[in-house]
Design a protein. Sequence first.
Length: 379
Amino acid sequence: PESKLPDVGTSIFSVMSKMAQEHSAINLSQGFPDFEVSTDLIGLVNKYMSNGFNQYAPMPGVPALREQIASMLKSRFNYLANPETEITITSGATEALYNSITALIAPGDEVILFDPAYDSYDPTIRLSGGIPVHLTLKQPDFSIDWDEVEQKVSAQTRMIMINTPHNPTGSVLTGEDMRRLDKIASQHPDLLILSDEVYEHIIFDNFTHASILRYPALADQSIAVFSFGKTFHATGWKVGYVVAPAGIMQEIRKLHQFVTFSVNTAVQLAIAEYLKTESNYTQLPAFYQQKRDLFLDQIKGSGFTPIPCHGTYFQSLSYKEISDRPDMEMAEYLTKTHSIASIPISAFYKSRRDDKILRFCFAKSEETIEKAAKILCRI
Ligand code: PMP
Ligand code: GLN
């Protein structure tokens, strides 16, 4: 059959994790923790499974979880979401992104996104007949050039996608970025903002997470996407959620009901209960900042140059001083010869732009971080 996505191969995350496994390399490529989920949370999942919560959840998610999220959104962002109509639990952020784009993008609609961009965005837009308009984040800090965005927004632009904290670079958007975005959105009332905030709690250096939901006028035109996989060290559970005004959510739910219908009931109930204890997520910035700092400290003296990372659990490193190999080759070489796997940043550019930067995941035990850093210091 004719492929709808002829240029799409296997995701770089699968490619690098497989290579890491085959070569018994330390896997700092695909983003997932190598430590365990809290035993309290596992206990709650066990409790609900043992107590018979094993059948379909309501299509938009279990009420207890949606209500708990609404109360969190109010206290964290002063955002009032109606849990009945404005919050939907999805199978990870990936499903939330897919449903949002598929429900709202029609053939010929333009979607502005910023490279390096998370790998699922572009193919999902194209599957709907949308036209991805790839702009480039400005180095050295990987920031958005809002003057350029203003020039590119046209009558065809239906959506702008943002991601803060940003995967893969670790840059974060600020209040000033939101002010510029707000100005653009207010001039284009049909424009939608899709805000990927899966690393909302993993933010450092006294930055505050600039959720789109903190800005009421903007939030009226926005869809915000979150993931419990990052927050609870449980990427394999694939539970996330999407927040949007009721009219937009109605369209997103039309997809959700036929893409997955609903999400794991016991896990939703367990998370709802676990979220009641605020410290279960408020300790994340300090927890991950310590890991980032340990990694940075341990690679001092290596030939790698860190790209400033203020959020996410990824530290990108430039290897310009070490080698002029293309980044895919470098990632392969490090995996096969030095037993350490990373992600080449060119994979996140439509143009395959290669700045000789690799992304390393530091959601790992201190032991793993120290072992990995030792290897990097020898290269
Ligand atoms: N967006 C970004 C920026 C991500 O990094 C990820 C996962 N690493 C996702 C979306 C998908 O999240 P999930 O695993 O919850 O589907
Ligand atoms: N988001 C994770 C990362 O950036 C990977 C998710 C996946 O494997 N699809 O590494």
